[in-house]
Each structure stands twice: as C-alpha cells, then as structure tokens.
Design a protein around this ligand. Structure first.
Ligand SMILES: C[S@@+](CC[C@H](N)C(=O)[O-])C[C@H]1O[C@@H](n2cnc3c(N)ncnc32)[C@H](O)[C@@H]1O
Length: 221
C-alpha cells in the first residue's frame, strides 16, 4: 500500500475541482497544498463541480439525522462541511478539520455568510486533527492522499466514532479521468482498502453513484 506518490511538478490539464498535491512536491507546501491558493480555491468551489461531485447525494448517503454529530477531515473552505451542517440541523454539530489556517479562515467566513452556526472549525497545523466528541460520520473527500500516514490517521479517527458510526472516504478512481488529479497523485480504491484494513476497519458499505470517485464507508472491525 502506498499513499505517497511521485509528483510531476506541474498541474494536470484535466485537473478540475481539486488540486491534489503531495507533501514536499515542487510548488506545494508541506501538506501538499499548492502555493497558488487562489487557483486552488477556485477549483474547490467551482460551481460546475456539483455535476460530478453530487455533494447533496454524498451527504444524504451518510444517513445523518437532526441532532447528529459529523466531522469533515480535510474540510478546505467547507464545500461539504456546510452541507453536513444542514443535515444535522441546528441541534447537531459538525467539526471541520484542516491543517491550513487560510482554509479555516475561509470556512468561518463561508459559514457566517450562510448563517450556519453549528460548524466548528478545528485548525490542526501538524495534521491528524481529531473531533472532540464521538461522531456519527467522519467524511474525507479528495484528501486522503494528503495524510502522511493514512492508516494511522484512520485508526485514530475511528476511535472518535460513535457506536455504529462510519468513516466515509470519497476519492478519485485510478487512471485518466476528465476531472481530478493526474493518475500518479491518486490513492486508488484498492490502496485505500489496504489502508483501511491496516487500520483495522471493515467496509460497511460501498456506493457507486459518483461518476469518477469511489465512496467507501468503513466501520470498526
Ligand atoms: C483537495 S482539498 C479537499 C477539500 C474538501 N474536502 C473538498 O472536497 O472540497 C484537501 C484539503 O485537505 C487539507 N489537508 C491537507 N493535509 C491535511 C491533513 N494532514 N489533515 C487535515 N487536512 C489536511 C488541505 O489544507 C485542503 O484544505
């Protein structure tokens, strides 16, 4: 299993919606984020992303209930965190974790603009940030390859699941696709499954409604 990939040092022409990076790659910071933050944000928040990312269907598939608790690990500016917040409603809580202070600042701004008060941004500059209470769902979208030790972080996150809770990872399939990062940036479905096994987690469910990404829900084995 390998979550560390070679980085070609340039953007893939088809890269859209996500600028997947790799720690220590040229033009990237130590967390794998591009130095061109504005371009990165434009891709993450591109309105056209909705067509293939299907964020409302992803959130619906988590089965969250009003009053529930969710976590978005690698939340960025909140594309999913704000939707999770609506799913759990004002009596629920969403912990939105990121390593990048500018992402957290933007997430706070976006939550304010949207009138969403139940998103709790958590800056974890050294990575492996954890929600402070048990979660019904922990969502990771297009971010797993940023984690320096994916299995270890999965294991630590799984310790913050509520009984019956799940970790859901959504990420791009291997190979050339019209959107997403170049092939050598990706963590394939198979590599992710190996990481999950290494973390002692079982597949609870797999959904296949996304055109370019796998959706795997994990539970404690
Ligand atoms: C490709 S973006 C995805 C953002 C969001 N999940 C989405 O789908 O729009 C990856 C995000 O993960 C964050 N990140 C990178 N390394 C991280 C780590 N070790 N722990 C938490 N977040 C991390 C980055 O700062 C960035 O905001």
């Amino acid at each position: 299993m390998s979550t560390h990939r070679k980085h070609p040092g340039h953007a893939h022409p088809a890269e859209h919606g996500h600028d997947h990076g790799h720690p220590h790659a040229p033009g990237r910071d130590r967390h794998g984020n591009p130095e061109d933050l504005e371009g990165y944000l434009a891709r993450l928040e591109d309105p056209a992303r909705v067509e293939w990312q299907k964020p409302d269907e992803v959130v619906a598939a988590l089965g969250l209930r009003p009053g529930g608790v969710a976590c978005d690990a690698g939340a960025g500016p909140g594309y999913f965190a704000l939707r999770l917040a609506r799913a759990v409603g004002p009596t629920g809580r969403v912990y939105a974790i990121d390593v990048e202070p500018r992402m957290i600042a933007l997430l706070e701004e976006r939550a304010r603009e949207a009138g969403v008060a139940n998103v709790h941004p958590l800056l974890a500059p050294e990575g492996e940030g954890l929600p402070p209470e048990p979660c019904d769902a922990i969502l990771i979208v297009n971010t797993f390859h940023h984690f320096p030790d994916g299995p270890r972080y999965l294991r630590r996150l799984s310790e913050r699941l509520a009984p019956g809770g799940r970790i859901v990872n959504v990420d791009f399939h291997a190979g050339e696709l019209p959107v997403g990062p170049p092939p050598d940036h990706k963590v394939s479905r198979e590599d992710f499954l190996a990481a999950a096994r290494a973390a002692g987690l079982d597949v609870a469910e797999e959904r296949t409604f996304l055109p370019y990404q796998y959706f795997l829900a994990l539970r404690v084995g």
